[in-house]
Design a protein around this ligand. Structure first.
Ligand SMILES: Nc1ncnc2c1ncn2[C@@H]1O[C@H](COP(=O)(O)OP(=O)(O)O)[C@@H](O)[C@H]1O
Ligand SMILES: [Mg+2]
Length: 236
């Protein structure tokens, strides 16, 4: 379990996170809040990409604030970026193999890709470079993260750039992750359908935890980003 204790982050005299205290003790936690509220910064602090100005991060009770990104990854903390990373020279199949830690057959790797709504045969030998669209990259990344046997998996706005049809597949992946009792999922999202399957919802505003809810009580409080919600349907 990850716990943030009095985490603050200040840069150029700007308070980006202000005394954040969160226990990620549920299977499936969603962090939501307006743009610029500090969600991605919080995720980067958990991963070790950004060092907090003060406060500490506990992992199963151990203080990991000084751990490197690699050490955290090796100890089972995975991260899917808001802007996916390209790996020139690496094929989609390579990435899935590396993520799962084993040599996956074409059949198994294809199955993983199908889950994120990609027609597997077309993608398996593609290089992870600029020839892939943003939505394709994002889905390949989500597929690779979902095959990792992580103890903690963090997704930063997995819905970004994903069409409605693929989004339905994503919801299935997230529901499966939620049922995994040996791993915890933390998702940053504005999507009502993702928020609706959360065990715990955290609302960030101006770098502060405004509210923590264990169910859907936050429905009335949350201002779902207007561009993502038109007549209750996903719209991009
Ligand atoms: N390294 C940085 N230098 C200056 N400002 C930053 C830095 N990192 C983040 N910010 C600012 O902190 C705020 C929170 O950013 P972010 O965590 O990306 O928010 P969110 O993901 O909730 O949209 C934004 O105003 C952003 O511009
Ligand atoms: Mg963000």
């Amino acid at each position: 379990m990850i716990e943030l204790v009095d985490i603050s982050y200040r840069v150029d005299n700007k308070q980006i996170l202000d005394n954040v205290n969160i226990k990620f003790d549920s299977n499936f936690t969603v962090i939501t809040g307006p743009n610029g509220s500090g969600k991605s910064t919080l995720a980067k602090i958990i991963m070790g990409i950004v060092k907090p100005t003060s406060g500490k991060i506990l992992y199963n009770g151990e203080d990991i604030t000084s751990w490197s990104i690699d050490k955290r990854a090796n100890e089972g903390i995975s991260f899917s970026f808001q802007q996916p990373v390209k790996f020139k020279g690496l094929t989609v199949h390579d990435l899935i193999n590396i993520s799962s830690g084993e040599e996956m057959t074409v059949h198994d790797a294809c199955e993983v890709l199908s889950k994120v709504g990609l027609c597997a045969k077309e993608y398996i030998d593609r290089e992870i470079d600029s020839s892939l669209s943003g939505g394709e990259l994002k889905r390949i990344e989500i597929a690779s993260v979902s095959v990792r046997n992580s103890k903690i998996t963090l997704f930063d706005e997995p819905e970004a750039g994903i069409d409605l049809w693929s989004f339905n597949n994503l919801i299935k992946i997230f529901k499966d992750l939620r049922e995994k009792n040996n791993s915890k999922t933390i998702i940053i999202s504005h999507q009502e359908r993702i928020i609706n399957i959360a065990d715990k919802i955290i609302l960030l505003e101006n770098g502060k935890v405004k509210e923590i809810s264990d169910s859907k009580e936050l429905d009335n409080v949350i201002n779902v980003t207007p561009c993502c919600k038109v007549g209750g349907e996903l719209h991009e």
